[in-house]
Design a protein around this ligand. Structure first.
Ligand SMILES: [Zn+2]
Length: 232
């Protein structure tokens, strides 16, 4: 029932469109006689926009509907509005696509940047160098070897006896000449009784397991002390 009504309505629409077209052709061919003079362009623009400010009894509508000049102007305005609407719709679609693309990129980036919780865990370690010698150039072979995990390490170093308080540079190096720095950090000493402690973060996540050196350098002394270190 509703379907057949809809179908007949569509046929009526097409019929009306056909009549309108026939009428337009007649008007444009100059086969009709308009009454009165041509209205101003503003009125024609309003009419093309189907503005509600125009009353249906307005005699200018009757004129425009029968004047070839006004009719062609109306068709021209309507065509221009249609293209503009299409362009707006196109721009909106492009903008929507760009927005989707941006959110996809942002989401992917956020996903990649999210570190796995295991890798991000900070391991606290204490390295006690209290009884290690501070003699420069001393063979570190005799010193107690220190071991750190290949992780984000928050290391607290108890500096050797008689160490100078102040700012220290802590580094993990490949050899005891300071070559091949794997990680480094700085820290100011904190007194703990007789002992001087420094605490710094070291990112050892990319370090391969093996032998390294832990070095401490006092900012004013500039001489680095190396201690053998194992990364496990
Ligand atoms: Zn006219």
């Amino acid at each position: 029932m509703r379907l057949s009504w809809r179908r007949s309505s569509r046929i009526e629409d097409r019929f009306e469109a056909w009549i309108t077209q026939q009428h337009q052709q007649r008007v444009l061919a100059g086969e009709t006689t308009p009454t009165g003079s041509c209205p101003d362009d503003g009125f024609l623009l309003d009419l093309a926009r189907k503005s509600k400010s125009i009353g249906l009894s307005d005699p200018r509508i009757d004129h425009a509907a029968n004047c070839p000049k006004c009719m062609s102007r109306l068709l021209e305005v309507r065509e221009r509005n249609r293209t503009r609407r299409q362009r707006l719709a196109f721009t909106a679609a492009i903008a929507a696509c760009a927005l989707i693309a941006v959110s996809v990129v942002v989401a992917r980036y956020a996903l990649e940047k999210r570190p796995s919780s295991a890798n991000e865990t900070v391991v606290a370690q204490t390295v006690n160098l209290w009884d290690s010698g501070t003699v420069r150039g001393e063979q570190p072979g005799q010193l107690e070897s220190v071991s750190l995990p290949a992780a984000l390490v928050r290391v607290t170093i108890i500096l050797p006896r008689h160490s100078t308080p102040g700012l220290y540079l802590v580094a993990i190096t490949r050899d005891q000449n300071g070559n091949g720095i794997v990680a480094e950090g700085t820290s100011t000493t904190v007194a703990n009784g007789e002992q001087q402690e420094i605490t710094t973060g070291l990112d050892l996540r990319k370090a391969a397991a093996g032998p390294y050196f832990l070095s401490t350098t006092h900012e004013q002394d500039q001489a680095a002390y190396y201690y053998p270190l194992q990364i496990r």
